[in-house]
Design a protein around this ligand. Structure first.
Ligand SMILES: Nc1ncnc2c1ncn2[C@@H]1O[C@H](COP(=O)(O)OP(=O)(O)OP(=O)(O)O)[C@@H](O)[C@H]1O
Length: 240
């Protein structure tokens, strides 16, 4: 469903993503791990069509993100690390506006709006101005936006960042449920989240893939060490 081949990104002279290749099969939930600055957000932004690669190729459901961006984007719900929300709009207005941009009809939009407000715990704040929401609530609006058009692929960049412990637990539950119907690439620094939610992991370090496989296969390759120890070994990090 997601195919990345020899993806490279330079920011000026800086080589942020170096010859990255991986595949995410339909229905898989994949944790995208790596220390700060490893290149996770850059890769995700390229997949979501917000950034062009310097070289290499990426397709979503067979549609090239560079050559066929509209069709590729139609298949993706993307939640960036910090959601670029229109802070002067009310939550429901903003989501209706986003639904229009995503090509939903008025009746589809109404139906999906009800669903995402409910699923992302936004019903009580649906008439609130986005600029007055706390960071965690804004994250939820970003997640609601990603889910709005019911895309087959979800690309979520640190979806639990900024949430309180109760919401982290609820969001993990939601991720598990979403994983039943969507193909998901999910970046996070919380390894317990990966163990609770993901089938597979891709570990990226200094712009390169250093591990890729099912959780079981990765554990087996590393003599059944805890995921945290595997991460530290692969990235030379004491923490993420
Ligand atoms: N617009 C930019 N211009 C220059 N360098 C950038 C730009 N965006 C990102 N970088 C650099 O590229 C590298 C990869 O950044 P990226 O945001 O992809 O990392 P990340 O793995 O998502 O990190 P984090 O876990 O901190 O979010 C970092 O060294 C970052 O400073």
């Amino acid at each position: 469903m997601i195919v990345v081949e020899h993806l490279t990104k330079y920011y000026g002279e800086y080589h942020a993503v170096r010859d990255v290749s991986f595949e995410v099969e339909k229905g898989q939930v994949v944790g995208f791990l790596g220390p700060n600055g490893a290149g996770k957000s850059t890769t995700m932004r390229i997949l979501a069509g917000f950034l062009t690669a310097s070289s290499g190729k990426a397709t979503i459901g067979g549609k090239d993100v560079f050559w066929d961006p509209i069709e590729a984007r139609r298949r993706i719900g993307y939640m960036p690390e910090s959601c670029p929300l229109y802070t002067d709009m009310r939550v429901d207005e903003y989501l209706r506006f986003r639904g229009g941009l995503k090509g939903l009809s008025r009746s589809e939009c109404k139906k999906r709006l009800g669903f995402v407000l409910d699923r992302c715990w936004l019903k009580d704040v649906s008439r609130q101005i986005i600029g007055t929401l706390s960071k965690g609530y804004r994250q939820r609006v970003g997640l609601a936006d990603a889910l709005l058009a019911d895309p087959p692929v979800l690309i979520l960049d640190e979806p639990t960042a900024g949430l309180d412990p109760t919401q982290i637990r609820e969001t993990r539950k939601l991720m598990r449920e979403l994983g039943e119907v969507h193909t998901m690439l999910l970046s996070t620094h919380i390894l317990s989240e990966v163990e609770a939610t993901c089938d597979s992991v891709i570990v990226i370090y200094q712009g390169q893939v250093v591990e890729d496989g099912s959780l079981a296969a990765v554990r087996k390759r590393h003599r059944n060490k805890p995921l945290e120890d595997i991460f530290v070994q692969l990235t030379g990090q004491e923490g993420i």
